[in-house]
Design a protein around this ligand. Structure first.
Ligand SMILES: Nc1ncnc2c1ncn2[C@@H]1O[C@H](COP(=O)(O)OP(=O)(O)OP(=O)(O)O)[C@@H](O)[C@H]1O
Ligand SMILES: O=P(O)(O)OC[C@H]1O[C@H](OP(=O)(O)OP(=O)(O)O)[C@H](O)[C@@H]1O
Ligand SMILES: O=C(O)c1cccnc1
Ligand SMILES: [Mg+2]
Length: 545
């Protein structure tokens, strides 16, 4: 798999049938100032001026040194359906005091003259590298700003969060449980979608599973266990075994419990039996409702042993409170002891799932302490990105009518890099990416084997020479009104694989959690000269008295 265009050419009509997943995404989902600026451009006859905007972030989230780019498909769906309806126009006329002709112009506005270049969705990316380059008529490019940022900021942030959780747990299973805690319905669905892209294995969110073909998974809640008092509440005492013979199941469980000498909560046991009767081959239950080690785990073991007897494979337990390191080890020890005692070695294959306010720090700490957890269920911290709730992507003008533009700031990190640019990833001998290089769009592409001078965009003394073994152009044309691009998007599982491959190419020191090495994002000598000339030109020399 490569980062080749994730959308390729087809006809304009089919592109126009594409709709954003969320019906809130339309031309009105913007900030008022985009429309008032558009009015000023129109009034001055500047609305068709040729503009270039870059969409990028300045600092990686979560104190890391990488991010995952996500949200591109929804940006393209937005572009494909961009227009103002009659009712939008009627509403706007009550908000903006402007001539009728402006609203007529808005009504006929489309994005057929806009081009968009983008990174591939699922790419590993770094500060200052444009995720999107949007170019075309000034007013319409301006009108796209807020929506594009909205579609990319959270998607990329939560995908990055997921990729970091994935790094923290290695190859253990990761389930996303965040819907109840997410920022509203779209927050929940987006979280499920983009955390899967970032490396989660499944979601509990049924709608997201349907919409994006994400594996759906889940266990049971405390309420289910609490509703049972004892086995007299069970509708039947029997279970059909894997050979289709109906046999006494409750009796089997009770005798097992007696034989093993467990004194457990009877309501919890009834709940487990009931669940096993409904899902004999999906038996994974929550064991901390009353007491994990003296009731939940023994009750699980009794039911699991009988399921084995009946020809089924029990799946496991979920821990949702207490010291997850200790409890997982103690539970595993008891399960192993009984497996040995009874000779039911299959019992050793059951999985231990854990949940309860897990975040990056607890996952890393659990790894250090040692544990027996196979599956992590994660909600709140993952979907709300509690450690850093916004990515901070911005959309900045870099060129107008062929003239480079710069935004100067006291804070050097807020200086924008002018000009329509190309971006390349340069790989070293070891096969790892070494530098992302930004050049003028008009510059000749760097070549493998050449000595390439890479300059820090702002700091003069920071520079290096790289002889790349491989060069990857990063920005691909994904939207062009005149020669449109194909709506056959890659599936989410394809993007997830691509993201996984990107993460595996990233050098270990850029990925690590504590003080990761910053990845170098550089500019060509020509672009460096442009930035610094423009910087001086646009900054008045202060006069000191
Ligand atoms: N071994 C561990 N090391 C570090 N953190 C842990 C460990 N085990 C659990 N945690 C975390 O510690 C916190 C414990 O949460 P809390 O203090 O609310 O207790 P609890 O176990 O949920 O209690 P209860 O649900 O019975 O009120 C959770 O965020 C959990 O992820
Ligand atoms: O902790 P999170 O990472 O958000 O994962 C999801 C949580 O949601 C469920 O219960 P809920 O929190 O609703 O209730 P509980 O805390 O009482 O179990 C589940 O048991 C998890 O604890
Ligand atoms: O299926 C589960 O165990 C689950 C689902 C959502 C939230 N917490 C747990
Ligand atoms: Mg909880």
């Amino acid at each position: 798999m490569d980062r080749d265009n994730q959308v390729s050419s087809s006809n304009y009509d089919s592109m126009h049938k594409l709709k954003p997943t969320n019906h809130f995404v339309n031309a009105l989902l913007t900030d008022l100032y985009q429309l008032t600026m558009a009015y000023c451009y129109w009034k001055q006859g500047r609305h068709e001026d040729q503009a270039v905007f870059d969409l990028f972030f300045r600092k990686c989230p979560f104190d890391g040194e990488f991010a995952i780019f996500a949200g591109l498909e929804e940006c393209l769906r937005f572009l494909a359906s961009f227009h103002f309806t009659d009712s939008d126009i009627q509403f706007l006329a009550t908000v903006i005091h402007a001539e009728k002709e402006f609203f007529d112009w808005l009504r006929n506005l489309d994005v057929s003259k806009v081009s968009v270049y983008a990174l591939s969705e699922g790419s590993v990316t770094f500060p200052l590298v444009p995720l999107l380059r949007v170019q075309g008529p000034l007013a319409v490019c301006q009108l796209l700003e807020t929506t594009l940022l909205n579609l990319i900021n959270y998607a990329s942030l939560v995908a990055t969060n997921a990729a970091r959780f994935r790094l923290a747990v290695g190859d253990k299973s990761l389930l996303e449980f965040g819907l109840r805690r997410a920022q509203g319905p779209d927050g929940g669905v987006s979280a499920s979608r983009y955390t899967y892209l970032g490396g989660f294995d499944a979601t509990s969110n049924v709608l997201a599973s349907k919409l994006f073909s994400i594996p759906c998974s889940g266990t049971i809640a405390h309420s289910f266990v609490q509703t049972f008092h004892d086995c007299s509440q069970l509708a039947t005492t029997k279970l059909v075994d894997s050979n289709k013979n109906e046999r006494e199941f409750v009796q089997c469980v009770m005798e097992t419990r007696e034989r093993l000498g467990y004194n457990t909560n009877q309501g919890e046991l009834a709940a487990f039996i009931s669940y096993a009767q409904c899902f004999p081959d999906r038996f994974l239950v929550l064991v901390d409702t009353y007491d994990t080690l003296s009731s939940g785990v023994p009750n699980f073991i009794c039911v699991a042993l009988c399921l084995l007897d009946f020809g089924y494979k029990p799946l496991g337990i979920r821990l949702d409170s207490g010291d997850l390191s200790y409890l997982s080890k103690a539970a595993r020890k008891e399960i192993s002891r009984i497996a040995q005692l009874t000779g039911k070695v299959e019992l050793n294959q059951v999985k231990i799932a854990a949940s309860n306010d897990l975040n990056e720090t607890t996952l890393l700490s659990l790894h250090q302490q040692g544990h027996e957890i196979d599956i992590f269920g994660i909600g709140t911290h993952l979907v709300t990105c509690q450690q850093q709730p916004a990515l901070g992507c911005v959309y900045k003008l870099v060129e107008i009518n062929g003239q480079p533009r710069i935004k100067v700031s006291e804070d050097i990190s807020k200086l924008t890099i002018p000009c329509a640019k190309k971006a390349y990833r340069l790989y070293g001998k070891e096969g790892y990416p070494l530098v992302d290089l930004l050049t003028l769009e008009t510059e000749e592409a760097p070549k493998v084997g050449d000595k390439i001078l890479c300059r820090h965009p702002y700091v003069e003394r920071k520079r290096c020479i790289i002889v790349p073994t491989r060069i990857e152009p990063l920005l691909k044309l994904v939207w062009n009104g005149k020669m449109p691009v194909e709506p056959s998007f890659f599936s989410l599982s394809h993007l997830r694989e691509f993201c996984k491959q990107e993460m595996s190419c990233l050098r270990e020191d850029h990925r690590r959690f504590l003080n990761p090495t910053p990845y170098k994002v550089s500019v060509s000598q020509t672009l460096f000269d442009f930035i610094h000339r423009l910087w001086l030109e646009e900054t008045p020399i202060p006069e000191l008295a």
